[in-house]
Design a protein around this ligand. Structure first.
Ligand SMILES: [Zn+2]
Length: 768
């Protein structure tokens, strides 16, 4: 008899295995590509090598090129013309022999023969600003772009060169071998663009009331392209969208401007006493000791007085920078200047702001404090800010970054009033652009190819820094705001984009030029992905350690996306291939819902499932080994008695088993689940994500459980979970705090959240 029972039971349990085998057979016949969302990224990643290790760290043979610059720059303010003579010393640290060098000429994006306008599809717009219309249809295109006057070696001999739009190839007199240096010079000039009327990341703003210009100058000199183990020469053209790829180097730059200008730029000002007045020097000394409030070095009254001086004399400002990837400067007689010190890793860093009176009162109140607070937050999240200063320059409609200096928008109305939008916009952009010192100025990724590596990572830390800033300076917040109203970072804010029209979404791993909705693609989505990784998938401790490790490994080096992906896993022991694959390589969105919830009770009596099998196989009840049966609420076997009993009271076989196998102490501490649930989750969205579930009980308490994303590994559409509980569950909510960017929350609750129009019916049902 025992034997028969045994056979009978094994048949019961085999049946589901047979069913699974049948399925497997059909799948083999049709053939399946491995589309498992947890498949490792071997196909997408390049093979690790001596230059880049499998851990995501620089490899044992990692190298990077060096480009050192000595430059003399002259600003002709009357004609808005910039002239330069530069000597570049290029060091070939690669194992390769180089026949030529590639130099970037971004100003040529504005040249008359530029192809940038030609690749923009443009229909006739229905409505124009007069200025836009005039620029597009009424004006001859302006004389813009570089005039390269000479390219010579150190003996004064011309070097053959060829200009292909924004790239210049310079022929080397002889092969540049590994470890060798080559010096050469370039003489150039160009007409500076009006960055307000003509757009652009640099240029001047003209102030018609006083006839002055404020210059924010960058991409202003022919700059070495990057040569690396990944791209060879990164000589992808500058179309205007994708930013820059630049090698590190040391800079010595002398900039000659009108004597009444106030200037600052990348690097240490080596002749401060020559260019500062005595009063400015005294105030500067005070600023070095001021850690809480900025000290005004050039006051608004002094700047206003200078506005009408139009000096014919000149002054040369000398700046020297070590280990920077670029150089920028700002100059105007309109500039007000303030500074304060901030301690970073035991060292003093100067937080600096330059702004015309048009920026006040907002700028004197908040710019420098925002700079200092940003340096503190980013240093905590990555590494101690290694430079000696960071400058925020006010420039209309600008948000652009260079080593130690950046341009930022946020201008009050003429009467000095401003909206919350202008205020928070200004604070946010300063935090963002100062943050760019870390990504990509120091963690020097290739912006031309991977916009998200600097914009996405930076926007993520910006979110953290904005929240810090709001906590540090609650008086900076408007009365209605409890915290800084960040517009990128929180998961719920990316929902309209990710849940939007798929025709206008590209994966994050797409070159910026080729993406729709650039801001969402390169800034918002990667920043949100990292925020979700930190808050929901990894937790602060694991994430922060790994993120910091990435920043430190690649500080003053050139990382690729894989170096980031690999390091985050290497330093945390969290397999994130599924996360990178879904969020960075696809346009899938998150939608996880509750499909069904069934309630069960325990019984000693065979349920329908077993009864059917018994009948099929001719087994009688007496032949069955004692079993515990799960009875679904509302099914044939379900009785109100079952509902009222506990697990032990409803199951004699279980009681006997416990008496035979549990010690009296164990019996004392026995759990007493009364309710059993079969919960089925569905996943209409393509992204795999953890399922965050909040269970609310009849006694008003609740509990949140997170099932890791791997719960989806064998079924991408739906999964079930058996839950036992001492208390009755009265409601279930998925992602209650909206931390996963779930695009459709209508399927996130049980009982289903009723629509407004169904509300009356719902009330009727409750009464019933
Ligand atoms: Zn940015």
């Amino acid at each position: 008899m025992r034997k028969i029972t045994y056979i009978c039971l094994s048949l019961i349990f085999m049946s589901s295995a047979i069913f699974a085998q049948d399925q497997e057979k059909t799948e083999r016949i049709t053939g399946h590509e491995n589309t498992n969302k947890f498949k490792q990224l071997y196909d997408e990643f390049s093979t690790p090598n001596m230059y880049r290790a499998a851990s995501g760290a620089p490899g044992s043979a990692y190298y990077q090129q060096q480009a050192d610059y000595k430059m003399d720059i002259i600003l002709d303010d009357k004609n808005a013309k910039l002239t330069g003579f530069e000597t570049i010393t290029y060091t070939n640290n690669s194992p390769d022999e180089l026949k030529y060098l590639w130099i970037q000429l971004e100003q040529n994006k504005r040249a008359k023969d530029s192809k940038s306008p030609l690749i923009e599809a443009s229909g006739v717009a229905p409505v124009f600003q007069p200025s836009e219309f005039a620029n597009q249809y009424l004006k001859e295109s302006l004389e813009r772009g570089f005039n390269i006057q000479e390219v010579k070696d150190t003996n004064g001999k011309s070097l053959p060169h060829m200009i292909n739009r924004t790239m210049m190839r310079v022929e080397l007199p002889k092969i540049l071998k590994s470890g060798e240096k080559f010096s050469f010079s370039i003489k150039w000039w160009y007409n500076i663009n009006d960055h307000v009327a003509e757009d652009g990341r640099s240029g001047y703003e003209f102030f018609p009331k006083d006839g002055n210009r404020a210059y924010v100058i960058a991409q202003f000199f022919p700059r070495m392209a990057v040569y690396s183990d990944v791209e060879g020469w990164q000589n992808s053209q500058f179309w205007g969208r994708d930013e820059f790829a630049l090698p590190f180097g040391d800079y010595e730059v002398n900039i000659t401007v009108p004597a009444d200008h106030i200037l600052d730029g990348t690097g240490v000002l080596t002749n401060r006493k020559e260019v500062y007045s005595k009063t400015m020097m005294q105030r500067y000394e005070q600023a070095k000791k001021s850690y809480n409030e900025p000290v005004i070095i050039v006051t608004q009254a002094e700047a206003e007085a200078a506005e009408s001086s139009f000096s014919n004399e000149t002054k040369t400002w000398k700046l020297k920078a070590k280990n920077v990837r670029d150089f920028g400067f700002a100059t105007s007689r309109k500039f007000i200047l303030d500074m304060m010190s901030v301690k970073i890793g035991g060292k003093d860093v100067m937080a600096i702001s330059l702004y015309p009176k048009e920026g006040n009162p907002l700028w004197e109140e908040w710019s420098t404090k925002a700079v200092a607070s940003t340096l503190e937050s980013y240093s905590r999240m990555t590494f101690d800010y290694p430079y000696h200063k960071a400058i925020s320059v006010h420039a209309k409609q600008q948000g652009m970054e260079y080593p130690m200096i950046c341009w930022n928008y946020g201008r009050p109305k003429e009467d000095g009033t401003y909206s919350d939008r202008v205020k928070y916009g200004m604070m946010g952009v300063i935090i963002h652009e100062i943050g760019h010192n870390f990504f990509p100025m120091i963690v020097n990724s290739d912006e031309r190819q991977w916009a998200w590596m600097d914009e996405g990572l930076n926007t993520f830390v910006q979110y953290v820094a904005e929240q810090d800033f709001g906590k540090k300076y609650p008086e900076a917040l408007s009365p209605q705001d409890e915290h800084f109203p960040s517009d990128r970072g929180p998961a719920s804010m990316i929902v309209p984009y990710m849940g939007g029209n798929q025709d206008f979404i590209a994966p994050i791993m797409t070159k910026g030029l080729n993406t729709y909705q650039f801001g969402n693609n390169a800034y918002g989505k990667p920043a949100t992905a990292l925020n979700i990784l930190r808050e929901t998938v990894m937790g602060h401790e694991l994430f922060d350690y790994a993120f910091k490790e990435y920043a430190r490994r690649w500080m003053f080096k050139h990382p690729t996306p894989e170096d980031f992906f690999r390091t985050m896993e290497d330093a945390s022991a969290v397999d994130l291939d599924w996360f990178w694959r879904g969020w960075f390589y696809t346009t899938d969105w998150v939608d996880i819902g509750l499909k069904e919830v069934k309630k069960y009770y325990v019984s000693s009596e065979p349920n329908a499932f077993v009864k059917n099998l018994m009948e099929e196989r001719g087994v009688s009840k007496s032949q069955l080994r004692p079993l515990v049966y799960m009875v679904e609420e509302g099914s044939e076997e379900y009785t109100e008695d079952l509902k009222n009993g506990t697990l032990l009271e409803n199951s004699t076989p279980l009681k006997t088993y416990i008496m035979d196998n549990f010690t009296p102490e164990e019996r004392q501490n026995i759990k007493a689940p009364k309710y059993f649930y079969n919960i089925t989750f569905e996943k209409p969205g393509g992204l795999v994500m953890p399922i965050i579930v909040e269970y609310t009980y009849a006694d008003g308490t609740s509990k949140t459980e997170t099932y890791p994303a791997q719960i989806w590994r064998l079924n991408d559409n739906e999964v079930s979970k058996a839950i036992s509980s001492e208390k009755e569950i009265i409601s279930i909510t998925i992602d209650p705090k909206q931390e996963t960017a779930d695009v459709d929350t209508s399927n996130n609750s049980w009982p289903k959240q009723v629509q407004e129009s169904d509300f009356n019916q719902f009330k009727e049902n409750i009464k019933g």
